[in-house]
Write a protein of this length. Structure first.
Length: 83
């Protein structure tokens, strides 16, 4: 489970044995979420959330959104196609 970013106390990871479409897992001390990347350029799309407040989700989205292209590149290196 490679960690590609650490933001606001959360790890942004791409699992190596995961499924399409391209997405990231955001894992923190109090909760987790999954965002579809909509590669190659976004936008970020919330798919799942467990115990993260709306305020914290918006903060995470603002920090992760500018990294979508780089995250898509990493997804493609690991998994190939985006869809």
């Amino acid at each position: 489970m490679p960690t590609f970013l650490r933001v606001l106390g959360y790890s942004v990871v791409i699992y190596t044995h995961d499924h399409r479409p391209a997405h990231i897992h955001v894992i923190g001390p109090n909760g987790r979420s999954v965002f579809n990347l909509n590669c190659p350029t976004g936008p970020l799309e919330l798919r799942e959330v467990v115990r993260i407040t709306g305020i914290q989700l918006r903060r995470l989205e603002r920090v992760i959104e500018p990294e979508i292209v780089a995250l898509c590149v990493e997804w493609r290196k690991i998994h190939g196609r985006y869809h």
